[in-house]
Design a protein around this ligand. Structure first.
Ligand code: FAD
Length: 465
């Protein structure tokens, strides 16, 4: 790993005044900024960024991970991990047997009077259990794991703009260091410039860096929203199943909500309870807080899902779904996780996707850096969207169609009808479709059915710019 140090620019070496470069960053002329260099800069240390940084560092790449917050910090999430996500943790050597990880055997689906348990499948490719862990701890663990592998983490650095060369290629970012945390006071904040030939945007749903590079989201794709709250619930906190409710309604109406509710056991005396929904095709967005209150009033009092047991307020955030931003690579910038709209349109899951994409991005960047600057390096970087499309292109295309045609009109309730809820085969098939859990090549009938269906979907074109 190449050694680099943080230093101060001399006045004649101002960021933005290096010959041949026209930075779009906004550090005023004459201002002295701190400056760091790396082979790859990763913006954002959520699951996407920390995973990318970990895999890059493991590949011997000098990587700088910039994060505006200080860990541990909250992130609005359901905290639920399916076996695919667990697999990514195992690949990074995270000790999932240490205290604090809550294992799940499968899912419990509740729809009307029906209640079914579906164990996670026993596949050769993925573990047969899921996990939950609060993002307060989870993101901290992943960031520390990246640092242990050799990544340089700079917390409290808010990236403000890309720095681009005359060709419009990103060659670094500007930021403000010391922006958050208890110790941050006016005067301690300083502008900074960070330089690298490759930048990974992992800054989450706001996708500010992608936007600053002109990568708008696809407006024809819907954005779901989700809200969650923690409750103290001795009764539910040690449950073995992730519970999902399909029969939620628009507040004050009998129309089904185009989404679902969850109760995820945290194992620490609390549960994470929330709901996520697409905007309804006809009726638009639901008031999620009111829908949550209406739903929880239906749950047994003994579960404790009442205001007096709440641990913190209801918080909500957007879910960018189904590859809603393209291209995933352009002009030195790679989009990973929510910044690339990678949440699954099938179930709203995005942590495992962010970690998996982070690994693929790291592979492409490490390979590119082994090649000379120019067309060969560029080809290696353009492989990233091709590989992401190969992995999820067809599956997401089908999921986007299902979201448009079914979920955004009537949610999951009609899918989980009496016939499906009474058929173990259909339930298992649906569960594995929603969580993208199949073996390839197919090992059983369900693999065969699902892999065939997805293969029949025309592959989306990889957008290149
Ligand atoms: C209510 C809710 C429930 C959800 N439940 C689940 C669930 O149960 N399971 C699941 O798999 N997914 C769930 N998701 C989706 C999941 O939270 C996201 O898909 C996942 O967090 C994406 O990871 P990421 O690393 O791409 O982005 P993020 O987790 O958003 O991380 C982005 C990071 O970038 C940092 N950052 C942002 N801007 C800057 C900047 N300018 N400079 C420096 N740093 C910056 C942020 O501080 C943050 O640390 C849920 C989402 C919501 C809203």
């Amino acid at each position: 790993m190449r050694e680099t140090t943080s230093d101060r620019s001399s006045p004649d070496e101002q960021p933005g005044h290096v010959s041949g470069e026209v930075p779009s960053g906004e550090i005023a002329s004459g201002e002295v900024a701190s400056k760091e260099e790396a082979e790859v800069i990763v913006v954002g240390a959520g699951p996407a960024g920390s995973s990318a940084a970990f895999h890059l560092a493991k590949a011997g790449v000098d990587v700088l991970l910039l994060e505006k917050s200080h860990f541990p910090r909250e992130k609005v999430c359901g905290d639920g991990l399916t076996p695919r996500a667990v697999y990514q943790l195992i690949r990074m050597g995270i000790d999932i047997n240490s205290p604090g990880w809550m294992r799940s055997r499968g899912m419990r689906w509740v729809a009307g009077d029906h209640r079914v348990h579906i164990d996670w499948p026993d596949l050769g490719r993925y573990p047969d259990f899921g996990l939950s862990r609060s993002r307060h701890d989870f993101d901290d663990i992943l960031a520390r794991n990246a640092v242990a592998a050799g990544a340089r983490l700079r917390s409290g650095v808010k990236v403000t703009h890309p720095v681009t060369d005359r060709a419009g290629r990103i060659i670094g970012v500007t930021g403000v260091a010391g922006v958050t945390g208890a110790s941050a006071v006016a005067g301690e904040q300083e502008p900074a410039v960070y330089r690298a030939p490759i930048v990974i945007a992992a800054d989450g749903a706001s996708a500010r860096l992608a936007l600053a590079m002109g990568l708008e989201r696809d407006k024809s794709r819907q954005i779901a929203t989700a809200a969650r709250r923690y409750y103290h619930s001795a009764e539910r906190s040690q449950e073995e199943y992730l519970e999902l409710w399909a029969d939620l309604r628009f507040p004050g109406s009998d129309r089904y909500l185009p989404g679902y509710g969850w109760i995820f056991p945290m194992g620490d005396g609390r549960v994470n309870v929330g709901l996520g929904a697409l905007p309804h095709r006809r009726y638009g967005k639901a008031d999620l807080r009111a829908a949550l209150a209406q739903w929880l009033a239906r749950t047994p009092h003994a579960w404790g899902l009442r205001d007096e047991n709440a641990d913190g307020p209801v918080r909500s955030a957007a879910l960018p779904l189904g590859f809603n931003r393209h291209p995933l690579y352009t002009r030195g910038l790679i989009l990973v996780g929510d910044s690339g709209g990678m949440i699954s349109p099938w179930n709203g899951e995005g942590i495992g996707q962010a970690m998996e994409a982070g690994e693929v991005a790291a592979e492409s960047a490490a390979l590119a850096l082994a090649l000379p600057q120019g067309p060969r390096r560029e080809r290696a970087l353009h492989h990233y969207p091709v590989e992401m499309n190969r992995r999820w292109g067809r599956y997401y295309r089908l999921g986007n169609a299902a979201a448009d045609l079914v979920f955004s009109r009537s949610g999951f309730q009609p899918v989980l009808n009496r016939y499906v809820m009474g058929s173990p085969f259909l339930l298992k098939t649906l569960a594995r479709l929603l969580a993208n859990l199949t073996d390839k090549p197919s090992q059983d009938m369900i693999d065969h059915v699902l892999n065939t269906i997805v293969r029949l979907v025309p592959s989306p074109r990889t957008v290149r710019r």
